[in-house]
Design a protein around this ligand. Structure first.
Ligand SMILES: NC(=O)c1ccc[n+]([C@@H]2O[C@H](COP(=O)([O-])OP(=O)(O)OC[C@H]3O[C@@H](n4cnc5c(N)ncnc54)[C@H](O)[C@@H]3O)[C@@H](O)[C@H]2O)c1
Length: 444
């Protein structure tokens, strides 16, 4: 089948590579000419495990190509996927300007039946707006062309995106035309072999399903984070509580890890967008707002612990920081907890020696050259001349460090662990002070 995908970011590139891998002919269209030039040279601008291989294989086979030419995209074929960003606007609402721009561009070049598939995360009612925007341009062109708009939200997780796309839990198809469901079912057939994962529904329900899924997951995290703060104050250990509640199958072990807050390009913006959309229809959503508020507070927790440890005297200190990406296996730093911590440390006059296995470049791109951000080549390097160590992202390579080396290198042998990755008894055996999230510092 022939597929055009607008937006060559995490979702667009993964979707393009996976659809090409199953034999489709995919053209990726982006307005960012530099990015398209890079992709044409065979370089992948993001870090996503497994993507490079799929990208190379399918580009070489001629099934995956890149362009800034919208006419070529619209002319390419039946499926027109929208996978552009929907970043938060100033009031928290989803900014739909990129989605609207793509809709207008499609309208400008449409001259045959197409299925416009919205993969971007968009508020309920957006498909209607996309339809209206395309129709408006068609009317201005005096064109009478049939088209359908489908909501097909994406559930991939950065860091495991290829696997998620290849073996999806579900394929949500929101449509008001059953024929498009069947055409999408055919496109997704290779990812759907051992049982039918297509869940067809109306368009508005599909749009809301994406927000509901992210809001539920974010709620689980904020719930555990709030409990972890309580555990700390009660002198209880949240990790034992976690295992205790996870054993109940109605609760389960997944997504109940306490930590220093969630980031990324989806959860924070999506819960804010959902709250904002509710506000627009005059309906209060205190639970959703609380999930965001708890998360914002949680992102301060590591800084508060560091500040308290040094009696508020952070000026002139250097903190070693492990992990910059918002989670392991990605270089994405959107809304990352590391940013909140670094910015608070800098405001207090401290410097940061940071290391991330893949996100150092992204940190440099965001913050530029500054004397209070030293990006190091290894986790060990960060310790040189540092007063303390903070762990923000739970990369595998941080899980079994040389604690003796950490204790010997730091001016103050202390670890502030935002992800609870160590056994406190082991760490303390090396004479290190160990501050965690919710493990009852009273126990330390
Ligand atoms: N990143 C994720 O893990 C994830 C998962 C599920 C859903 N989503 C949703 O998918 C959408 C895309 O997310 P992303 O992380 O891939 O975004 P991204 O920011 O990585 O990429 C967006 C791309 O769209 C391009 N673009 C902007 N305007 C354009 C236009 N008019 N025409 C063509 N291209 C244009 C940008 O240049 C950029 O390359 C968002 O709505 C997001 O919420 C993201």
């Amino acid at each position: 089948m022939r597929v055009a995908i607008y937006g060559s970011g995490y979702v667009g590139l993964v979707t393009g590579a996976c659809l090409a891998e199953t034999g489709n002919h995919v053209v990726c269209v982006d307005i960012d000419a530099d990015k398209i030039a890079l992709l044409k040279r065979g370089e992948v601008p993001i870090y996503e495990p497994g993507l490079n291989k799929l990208f190379a294989r399918n580009s070489e086979a001629g099934r995956l190509s890149f362009t800034t030419d919208f006419a070529a995209g619209v002319g390419h074929g039946l499926f027109q996927f929208i996978a552009v960003g929907t970043p938060p606007g100033e009031d928290g609402s989803a900014d739909l300007q990129h989605v609207a721009a793509v809709a207008r561009s499609i309208g400008e070049h449409l001259d045959d039946y197409r299925i416009i598939v919205d993969k971007s995360t968009v508020p309920v009612g957006t498909a209607d707006k996309v339809k209206a925007a395309i129709q408006e341009v068609l009317d201005a062109r005096n064109m009478d062309v049939e088209f359908d708009v489908v909501s097909n939200p994406e559930f991939l997780k950065e860091g495991a995106a290829i696997d998620d796309f290849m073996k999806p839990d579900r394929i949500i198809v929101g449509t008001d035309n059953p024929r498009t469901t069947e055409l999408l079912r055919t496109l997704y057939e290779p990812f759907n072999r051992n049982h039918d994962r297509v869940i067809a529904m109306d368009i508005r329900s599909a749009e809301l399903t994406k927000y509901a899924a992210n809001a539920m997951l974010a709620t689980k995290i904020s719930f555990m984070n709030e409990l972890s703060n309580l555990a700390e104050r009660f002198g209880a250990d949240i990790e034992q509580v976690r295992v205790g509640i996870g054993s109940d199958p109605r609760i389960g072990y997944q997504f109940i890890y306490p930590g220093c807050g969630f980031g990324g390009s989806c959860f924070p913006k999506d819960i804010r967008a959902l709250a904002r959309a509710a506000e627009e229809i005059d309906y209060d959503v205190p639970l959703i707002r609380a999930v965001d508020a708890v998360n914002n507070r949680q992102k301060q927790v590591l800084f508060e612990k560091i500040q308290a440890f040094f009696d508020g005297e952070l000026s002139g200190r250097t903190i070693a920081l492990w992990g910059l990406a918002f989670k392991p296996n990605t270089d994405d730093m959107r809304e990352a907890s590391s940013r909140v911590l670094m910015e608070a440390l800098w405001a207090a006059g401290a410097a940061v020696r940071a290391y991330d296995p893949v996100a150092n470049g992204e940190a440099r791109r965001r913050y530029g050259d500054r004397p209070d951000l030293i990006l190091c080549q290894s986790s060990e390097d960060t310790l040189e001349g540092a007063d303390a160590l903070a762990i923000v992202t739970e990369w595998q390579e941080f899980r079994s460090p040389d604690f003796q080396q950490i204790a010997d290198s730091l001016a103050n042998p202390v670890i502030f662990d935002g992800r609870n990755i160590y056994d406190p008894r082991v760490v303390r055996r090396f004479g290190l002070k160990y501050f965690t999230v919710g493990r009852g510092e009273a126990l330390s």
